[in-house]
Design a protein around this ligand. Structure first.
Ligand code: IVH
Length: 665
């Protein structure tokens, strides 16, 4: 090897190591450190180099490269099961030319054939066996040869039938995923509970499927699309289109967008149409899968160690570009939380000009290892502001250091106990004040939309609004405000009218609007349902919340502290004096269960939250642990320690049926 070749080889090894490291985070920790796009770019680069310079490596060196591993390493918790037929992966392309090559290869052995196109679902593949019409076992892909038995978790997925009207042994394969709306719901509740959120639906699904507690799996509402039957000919199925019909008839869900086509022109059209359609689906796709429809040719086409030759994945070029990071600056939120932002050299990204991107917190910067002047990748991700997702070229040797002074009040900012977030703790920070005011008028809070961000900032600057009570005093300055430049009688009257209307909004909206630490919409609603009227908060005993299911001691102590603070007490009193004293606008409610406390355990036919709601709605209470104060234990299947404890305390154990009887009594 000459000097240049040594250099090249080292560069390739460096790339191999980098991708192995990414694999480890993705597959073993369910916590990717780079986006799929960067991964794909670098992976493809490595593949190309390895082919070009294969003569620099020994066979065993090439064998151990990440490009030669079927990934998804096994975790240790679930029973390992060997697949009767290996679960392969798909070769992927980004261009029509490569699809043409795929077709040319089929043409070598077949003259008349068609294709079946399906969305490529971004989830986890699963193989499910049915025996005598009953779901028998479900196994993950694992390393392709050996997977993990996750039957108990798959049984929690609503759209996978537990029984089918088909007595022959059957093995079906498909993709388990978390729908986008469910993913958002999950992250919202994780956020409210102050737990780390999930990076994307795929990783959330992976984490969920690995849960040892099937109850959690049930709550998270995973879904599955099935797309393949093992040994289809044995079941008199000779093409993929018919296998979809067969699966559908048995009660499996298949993608509605799947379609049989006959030519490369039709494939090209599907690719064009689906590019837009995919953005509106409630599940994530990273492309499409093109399969040869006629199964009889499969055996002859054969496969490599990784991919079959009868199918290929087409991936869309991502909406991603690179630019120079010009500056990093922070903004402060209503809780004092610090958000890092990037100022970029303006570039065009999927049709719009972009000069800012979000960076989240300092941890995000540290993970990416970025600094000012680096060339970085940015990506459009649903939101208007794009996200910075990785380094294209490091131009600055160091990593950007955390900012330690609040740019608005010049006070020191601190890391919290987790070390992940930073906060400005200055109660009088003008930016926090403005953010709180804006939150108070936001849609989920009091929804005073005519008083937008711009007006609040201006009125604050002009000293009309200092805290939320001042909003309700604006009407006293009506004449002055009308004379401000840019305003007039109509606009000011409209603002004042919507402020007056806000006084009668529900208590939960007001409580949410107060920006009490850790109190999200869900908790605010719960508090409102207990407190009933604003004035009651002044002498309400919040310590009882500690006992409530899902509330926890941290939130409770925060709440107690907040309502003990003289400043906050004064704020509430002033609100009430200004005529702001909203009530909890109850849903239809009875008192059938009043003074009855419940604990819920085991697997029930619906999620626990469903029963909780019914109990609250009918005046009852739900607790998380058994004590002598509990009246009923509502127990489903596989109830564990709580059942034993309930018997010890002589607490009445009821089934779901008995629960409904109680309600109807
Ligand atoms: S067919 C030989 N169809 O993508 C493998 N796979 O990158 C046959 N996937 O392992 C798989 N949607 O987990 C097929 N409509 C679809 C798919 C799909 C997603 C996954 C599957 C596979 C991976 C390959």
């Amino acid at each position: 090897m000459n000097e240049n070749e040594i250099k090249i080889k080292n560069k390739i090894i460096e790339l191999q190591n980098k991708i192995s490291e990414w694999d480890k985070h993705y597959y073993d920790f369910d916590d990717p450190i780079v986006s799929d796009e960067i991964y794909d770019t670098e992976y493809n680069k490595l593949k190309k180099y390895e082919e070009q310079y294969s003569y620099l490596f020994s066979d065993s060196e090439l064998q151990s490269s990440p490009t030669n591993k079927i990934n998804a390493h096994l975790s240790r918790i679930f029973t390992k099961v060997e697949h009767d037929f290996p679960m392969l992966s798909l070769d992927k392309t980004y261009s029509i030319e490569e699809i043409q090559k795929f077709i040319d290869n089929i043409k070598k052995i077949a003259s008349k054939f068609s294709f079946f196109i399906e969305p490529k679902i971004d989830g986890l593949s699963i193989s499910i066996k049915y025996k005598k019409g009953k779901l028998f076992r479900a196994v993950t892909r694992g390393n392709g040869q050996i997977g993990e038995d996750v039957t108990s978790n798959i049984l929690q997925i609503n759209n996978i039938p537990k029984e089918i009207d088909y007595q022959e042994d059957l093995e079906v394969r498909g993709e388990v995923f978390l729908a986008i709306d469910q993913f958002e719901k999950l992250n919202m509740s994780l956020k409210e509970e102050n737990k780390p959120i999930m990076a994307n639906p795929r990783n959330a699904a992976a984490g969920t499927l690995r849960q040892l507690n099937p109850e959690i799996v049930k709550q998270r509402n995973l879904s599955a699309f099935l797309y393949y039957i093992i040994n289809p000919q044995k079941h008199n199925i000779f093409n993929i289109e018919d296998s979809f019909r067969f699966l559908k008839k048995l009660g499996f869900e298949v993608t509605k967008e799947a379609k049989k086509v006959n030519s490369i022109e039709e494939i090209t059209k599907y690719i064009g149409d689906f590019k837009e359609i995919r953005k509106k689906l409630n599940y994530e796709t990273d492309g499409i899968v093109i399969k040869l429809n006629e199964i009889k040719f499969y055996e002859q086409l054969g496969q490599t160690s990784k991919f079959p030759h009868w199918a290929i994945a087409f991936k869309y070029e991502p909406d991603i570009t690179s630019t120079i990071l010009k500056d990093i600056f922070i903004t402060i939120g209503r809780t004092g939380v610090v958000t890092y932002n990037a100022k970029l050299d303006e570039v065009e990204l999927s049709g719009t000009k972009v000069s800012y991107a979000t960076l989240n917190n300092y941890e995000f910067i540290r993970n990416l290892g970025i600094n000012i002047n680096d060339s970085v990748y940015i990506k459009k991700s649903g939101e208007i502001i794009p996200c910075l997702i990785g380094i294209a070229n490091k131009n600055n040797y160091e990593i950007f250091k955390p900012i330690d002074t609040c740019p608005y009040c010049k006070n020191q900012i601190y890391f919290n106990e987790t070390g992940l977030e930073q906060f400005c703790l200055n109660q009088d920070c003008p930016e926090i004040k403005i953010r709180k005011l804006i939150h108070f008028t936001s849609k989920e809070a009091l929804d005073i939309n005519s008083l937008g961000e711009k007006n609040i900032t201006l009125f604050h600057k002009l000293n009309y609004i200092n805290d939320i009570t001042d909003i309700f005093k604006l009407k006293d300055y009506q004449d002055e405000l009308i004379n401000l430049s840019g305003f007039g009688e109509i606009s000011i009257k409209k603002i004042i009218q919507s402020i007056e209307e806000a006084k009668n909004k529900s208590l939960e909206k007001l409580i949410f609007g107060l920006s009490i630490p850790l109190i999200g919409i869900k908790s605010a609603k719960f508090i409102a349902s207990k407190v009933l009227k604003l004035e009651n908060v002044l002498d309400f005993d919040f310590s009882i919340f500690e006992e409530y299911h899902d509330f926890g001691s941290k939130i409770t102590s925060n709440l107690i502290e907040w309502f003990k603070d003289e400043k906050n007490i004064l704020l509430i009193k002033r609100l009430i004096n200004l005529g702001v004293n909203p009530s909890y606008l109850e849903e239809q409610k009875t008192d059938i269960l009043s003074n009855l406390s419940f604990v819920i355990t085991g697997t029930l036919s619906k999620p626990r939250s469903y029963f909780e709601k019914i109990i609250y709605k009918n005046g009852g209470q739900v607790f998380s642990s058994i004590s002598s104060n509990i009246k009923y234990l509502l127990a489903g299947e596989k109830a564990g320690s709580k059942l034993i404890k309930a018997k010890k305390f002589n607490i009445k154990v009821i089934t779901e049926e008995e629960f409904y009887e109680l309600l109807n009594s």
